[in-house]
Design a protein around this ligand. Structure first.
Ligand code: 3H9
Length: 694
């Protein structure tokens, strides 16, 4: 037996314990251990076996860190079959999550007991895969194809009660998995319960309409992602094939998906979600205590931040300039909380108590008790200075003063206080109670425990925090302004906004840059251009047609027209924009763009700016850029992020394109020094991520 699996006897019951912290993943040692345990069970006189997981969960699935490497025997599908073919009954007692391979081990057993609070799920598609150890074949045999079609293409899970209802488990119990499992196993023994292999159950009925509906749904929803549709194929195989053949077909699809860049991108994203908060500078640093948060400004952003804090159990004092504005902010937050109840994010019976934790006031003095204040007022340095001076005067010693600015210099804001060490940027994304990203902008003087507190706050709010340094736009908005610039240049050269939007959506983003302008409001871009006008390099390109649209009052969705005419929730290209673009193009030579050229130009601009962001230390690692774009800008997760995409297409080819384009536009297409360095050294962004982890 390996150390990762223990075998012991409790009377007639052989207890097989998977003990592979932190999540009992089914790595080689566990697979070997389970195989040997089943052999030992066959050889000794125990009458029934019980499989349990040690620690806080049953089994978190296959060992993801082994993916991409050559598989080593015993393979997981064979382990599950080995369990199922035991000639004496095997029971699985599941507590906490049983995910992917974990669920498949339970399905290999003959009886399944769920401890209240357990969850059964198949998250494989979130890793670009499908269940690969018989799950797509055994679950439909137990539950019919409907529940499998609901769960597997979505990467979803069910609670114990739901699992019982659909027949995935036989019984639900409370308490300790081992104890409850022993009781159940003994009961089965006493009743003479036979071996009952799921794999020998008849094939599930083929419900053509259900498959058609599932395919239509996932063709629409998956936006280029292949795994959800392949999961449906695997489930369908269960209706046509016997178990062994079906398991082989499932394995074939699984191994095929294992070779795809989508699988690599999604697994890159999975590990980055966890690595992004691992920063040497805050390791072992205790965060400051947080229970009461002040929010300054009750507009969309301030109200969203207040909502996010309330939803995570913090008390909030929101300051507005007068009673009417404070009332309005309270109204917005109340609406947000009601929407959270509807979306199942807040229990209906917690709604009033949550709202009671909010006070909307007009006097800064009421912030004196707050542990943290987050400013979300107008983006103007003079206004920020005034707010921070007032905060400095009223906040208690040790309190953190944060700004939600999306581009202003946090060092300059900190200078308005006598405690720059307590000042940090917390850049939320709108709507702040929904969007997952939080850019933590660490200024020159920010104390490390303030940074640690920002990361702890993000975790509490259920957000993903990325560390950023100070520069105009930090990581995300700085990159946005560059790739947006590439789109504007393509327009001047002959592409239409609608072609660009279509190409970017085909790449996998939910929206193109011009749809985004319409959503955000064209006034936002106009203001940014105004702000930058004084310092703009004369070689830079200004989208004069967008200025003209602003002056026409075409601000996008809120005025009914922008790049699109918005009517009845439908958007169609706004033909009236064409003459404005023609005027801006003047007598520039025009050309056509293929979708691929548009995507490559846009992406090259994004990656080149990102390489500057990393090279200057604004982002610590390429993975910080990837996480920022995934969670704040809708970058398709299955591509892993722009840096992962760049590694996949190859940095030398990308640099070559940039150098080629720089002949015509040397100002915009300045290759990032880091990109040139990596190409010269024959390295890639993944190498930088690895070095940072050492
Ligand atoms: C599969 O099963 C395929 C099969 O169908 C067929 C195969 C042939 N492997 O998330 P946490 C690490 S596909 C390796 O912070 P939590 C994680 O990186 C798999 N490592 O904990 C982290 O490491 P570190 C299907 C894993 O309590 C540490 O464990 N399964 C794995 O918040 C703690 O993780 C999944 O997709 C793994 N499977 O949440 C489940 N899982 O400390 C993926 C975690 O170095 N996992 N790690 O940063 C999860 O959803 C959550 O981790 C879980 C625990 C809910 C289990």
């Amino acid at each position: 037996m390996t150390e990762a699996v223990r075998y012991e006897r409790d009377g007639a019951v052989a207890v097989i314990t998977v003990a592979n912290p932190p999540v009992n993943a089914l790595g080689l040692a566990v697979r070997q251990g389970l195989w040997q345990a089943i052999d030992r069970f066959a050889d000794d006189d125990a009458a029934i076996a019980l499989i349990v997981g040690e620690g806080r969960l049953f089994i978190g699935g296959a060992d993801i860190s082994e993916f991409g490497k050559p598989p080593v025997e015993p393979y997981l599908p064979d382990v599950c079959t080995h369990i199922e073919r035991s000639t004496k009954p095997v029971v699985a007692a599941v507590h906490g999550p049983a995910l992917g391979g974990g669920c498949e081990i339970a399905l290999g057993a003959h009886y399944r007991l769920a401890i209240k609070g357990a969850r059964f799920g198949f998250p494989e598609v979130k890793l670009g895969l499908i269940p690969g150890a018989g799950g797509s074949q055994r679950m439909p045999r137990l539950t019919g194809v409907g529940p499998a079609l609901d769960m597997m293409p979505a990467g979803g899970s069910v609670t114990t009660d739901e699992a019982l209802k659909i027949g995935l488990v036989d019984r639900v119990a409370e308490g300790d998995a081992r104890e409850a499992g022993l009781v159940y196993a003994r009961e089965l023994l006493e009743s003479g319960a036979p071996v009952r292999a799921v794999g020998t159950l008849p094939r599930p009925a083929h419900d053509a309409a259900a498959f058609e509906a599932a395919r239509a749904l996932w063709q629409r929803k998956s936006r280029g992602e292949v795994a959800p549709l392949r999961a449906i194929d695997a489930i369908e195989a269960a209706t046509r094939m016997d178990l062994d053949e079906g398991v082989q077909e499932e394995r074939r699809i699984f191994l095929e998906l294992m070779q795809t860049p989508q699988r690599a991108g999604l697994i890159h994203a999975f590990f980055n979600d966890r690595k992004v908060a691992k920063l040497p500078e805050i390791e072992g640093i205790a965060p400051r205590a947080l229970s009461h948060v002040g929010v300054i400004g009750g507009g969309t952003m301030g109200a969203g931040i207040a909502t996010a804090c309330l939803l995570s159990g913090l008390s909030v004092t929101l300051v507005e300039r007068d009673a009417a504005a404070a009332d309005k902010a309270r109204g917005t937050i109340t609406g947000n909380l009601d929407a959270a109840v509807k979306r199942g994010k807040l229990a209906a019976d917690r709604r009033d108590a949550t709202l009671a934790e909010l006070s909307a006031v007009t006097d800064y003095a009421e912030l004196s008790d707050c542990d943290l204040a987050i400013e979300a007022v107008f983006e103007d340095m003079a206004v920020k200075h005034e707010v921070f001076a007032r905060l400095d005067a009223v906040m208690k010693p040790g309190a953190i003063l944060a700004t939600n600015t999306s581009y202003l210099d946090v060092n300059e804001i900190a200078a308005a206080t006598k405690r720059p060490g307590d000042v940090i940027g917390l850049h939320f994304f709108s709507p702040a109670h929904v969007m997952k990203l939080l850019e933590v902008v660490v200024a020159d003087a920010t104390a490390t425990d303030v940074t640690a507190t920002a990361f702890a706050l993000a975790k509490r709010l259920g957000k993903i925090a990325v560390r950023a340094g100070v520069c105009d736009g930090f990581i995300g908005n700085r990159m946005l302004s560059t790739y947006r610039g590439a789109a504007d240049r393509m327009i001047l050269e002959g592409a239409s906004p609608w072609e660009i939007d279509a190409a970017i959506k085909a790449f996998g983003l939910p929206m193109g840059p011009f749809e985004m302008s319409d959503l955000a409001g064209l006034d936002i871009g106009f203001m940014t251009r105004q702000r930058k006008a004084a310092t703009r390099d004369p070689r830079d390109v200004v989208p004069t047609w967008a200025d003209a649209m602003y002056h026409e009052g075409w601000l996008g969705q809120k005025t009914g027209q922008g790049y699109y005419v918005h009517e009845d929730r439908k958007a169609k290209p706004n033909e009236a924009v064409k003459p404005l673009i023609e005027a801006a193009r003047g007598d520039r030579p025009q050309r056509t763009f293929t979708q691929e050229e548009i995507q490559r130009t846009y992406m090259a601009a994004m990656v080149n700016e990102a390489a500057k962001v990393v090279g200057e230390g604004i982002a610590r690692r390429p993975l910080d850029v990837d996480v920022t774009l995934l969670y704040g800008y809708g970058f398709p997760r299955w591509r892993g992020g722009p840096m992962k995409w760049a590694d996949t297409v190859g940095l030398p080819a990308l640099l070559q394109d940039i150098k080629e384009w720089s002949k015509a536009d040397p100002y915009f297409w300045q290759p990032a020094p880091l990109l040139e360095q990596l190409v010269a050294d024959g390295r890639c962004f993944a190498d930088l991520n690895k070095e940072a982890a050492q």
